[in-house]
Design a protein around this ligand. Structure first.
Ligand code: PMP
Length: 360
C-alpha cells in the first residue's frame, strides 16, 4: 500500500509516472533496452531528451529568448555555478535573503565575489516574510540579483516578481517550479533541483536568457559553463539520462492534468485547506505572513511541542509520512507538491483535527 508522502524532497511522484517507468524498465518502446542502458547520443535517448525539453518549454511557456539546460550538481551546486557563469567583470552580486536556502546562496557566492545582502525577510520570529521590491537596497553595479522564490524550510514563497531593468534577476525555483505559471521573461536565470515537482534527484534545470551566456569566469569548469552546455544541447558530458526520462514522464503527466493553470488551482485548494485548519485552531501555529505563505511547503508547530513525537507516531500509523520539520527549525512540515493529491491533504487535516480533539 502506498502512503501519503509529505517529504520536502526527494518527494512524492505521480503514481502513473512510477507505473509507466516500471512497465518500461526492461524494454523501452521495443528497443530491448532500459533507458538506463542507452547511449545518451543514440536516437532513442535523443528523442526522450528532445521531447522533455519541448514539453517543459510548453508547460512553463519559456520564451525563445531563453535556453533550457539539463545539468547535474543540484540547487547547491548552482550556488557556485551561477556566480561562475554570471559575474563577468563584476565584483559583486545582490541577494534577497528569505530563508536558509538563499542564506546559503549568499555565503557560497562569497567565494567568487563580495556579496551584498539587498534585503532580508528575517524577523524576531525567524524567516516569516518576503520583502517587497521597495525594501530592496541594491548595490551600485551588481552582476545580478538573486532570490529564492520558494524557501522550502521556512515555507516562504515570493509572488511579486519585480522588473529590475538591466539587472538580471536570478531565481532558485527548486521547490515550486511547475506548481503554477511563472513569467519566465522576467528572469535572467531560473534554476532548480529536480527532486520535488520535476522528478528524481540527480538532475538540475537551468533556464537562462541567451544574452547572459557570455559572462563566465575563466575558472568555471567547462561541464558547468552554460555557453558550452547550451552549444552542446546539454550533451557536453553525459547528462543524467534516467532523471531526464522521469522528468519527461512528469511533464507529460502535467500536460494530462491540464497544465500549470489547472495544477495551480488544485494546489491552491490543497494549501487553503491546510492553512485554514492551522489558522482556525490554537493548537497549531504557522508564523509566516499570509501574503508570503508557500503553497508547496507548509511548516507548522504544535503549541505544545512536547506532543511532537506523539503527533508524528499517530500520523505514521495512518500512512501520513515524512511530516517532521527540518532540523534547523523543528516542528512539522507538510510538503504538498503537485503529486500529493487533495485526498492526502484531506487525510492530514482530518488527522490534525482528531489529534487536537483527543488531546484537548
Ligand atoms: N534550494 C532550495 C530552495 C531547496 O529546497 C534545496 C533542497 N531542498 C536546495 C536549494 C538544495 O538542493 P540540492 O540538495 O539539490 O543541492
Amino acid at each position: 500500500m502506498r502512503v501519503f508522502n509529505f517529504s520536502a524532497g526527494p518527494a512524492a511522484l505521480p503514481e502513473e509516472v512510477l507505473r509507466q517507468a516500471a512497465d518500461e524498465m526492461l524494454d523501452w518502446h521495443g528497443s530491448g533496452m532500459s533507458v538506463m542502458e542507452m547511449s545518451h547520443r543514440g536516437r532513442e535517448f535523443m528523442s526522450i531528451h528532445e521531447e522533455a525539453l519541448l514539453d517543459l518549454r510548453e508547460l512553463l511557456k519559456v520564451p525563445a529568448s531563453h535556453r533550457i539546460l539539463f545539468l547535474q550538481g543540484g540547487g547547491l551546486g548552482e550556488n557556485a555555478i551561477v556566480p561562475m557563469n554570471m559575474l563577468g567583470s563584476h565584483t559583486t552580486a545582490d541577494f534577497v535573503v528569505t530563508g536558509s536556502w538563499s542564506q546559503k546562496t549568499l555565503k557560497e557566492a562569497a567565494k567568487y565575489c563580495t556579496p551584498h545582502m539587498a534585503a532580508t525577510g528575517e524577523t524576531a520570529a525567524g524567516f516569516t516574510r518576503s520583502p517587497a521590491r521597495a525594501e530592496w537596497h541594491l548595490s551600485d553595479n551588481p552582476a545580478y540579483v538573486h532570490l529564492c522564490t520558494n524557501e522550502t524550510i521556512h515555507g516562504v514563497e515570493t509572488f511579486e516578481i519585480p522588473d529590475l531593468g538591466d539587472i538580471p534577476l536570478v531565481a532558485d525555483v527548486s521547490s515550486h517550479v511547475l506548481s503554477r505559471p511563472l513569467d519566465v521573461a522576467k528572469f535572467g536565470v531560473l534554476y532548480g533541483g529536480a527532486q520535488k515537482n520535476i522528478g528524481m534527484a540527480g538532475m538540475t534545470i537551468v533556464i537562462v536568457r541567451e544574452d547572459l551566456l557570455d559572462r563566465a569566469l575563466p575558472i568555471c569548469p567547462s561541464a558547468f559553463e552554460w555557453r558550452t552546455v547550451a552549444e552542446n544541447n546539454s550533451m557536453y558530458n553525459t547528462p543524467p539520462t534516467y532523471a531526464i526520462y522521469i522528468a519527461g514522464l512528469v511533464f507529460k503527466w502535467l500536460k494530462r492534468q491540464g497544465g500549470l493553470e489547472a495544477i495551480e488551482a488544485r494546489n491552491l485548494e490543497k494549501a487553503k485547506l491546510l492553512y485554514e485548519t492551522i489558522d482556525t485552531s490554537d493548537f497549531y501555529i504557522n508564523k509566516v505572513e499570509r501574503a508570503a505563505r508557500s503553497r508547496m511547503n507548509v511548516p507548522f508547530f504544535l503549541a505544545d511541542e512536547s506532543r511532537n513525537e506523539d503527533f508524528l507516531a499517530g500520523a505514521k500509523a495512518r500512512g501520513l509520512m515524512q511530516l517532521k520539520g527540518h532540523k534547523s527549525v523543528g516542528g512539522m512540515r507538510a510538503s504538498i507538491y503537485n503529486a500529493v493529491p487533495l485526498e492526502g491533504v484531506k487525510a492530514l487535516v482530518e488527522y490534525m483535527k482528531e489529534f487536537e480533539q483527543s488531546r484537548a
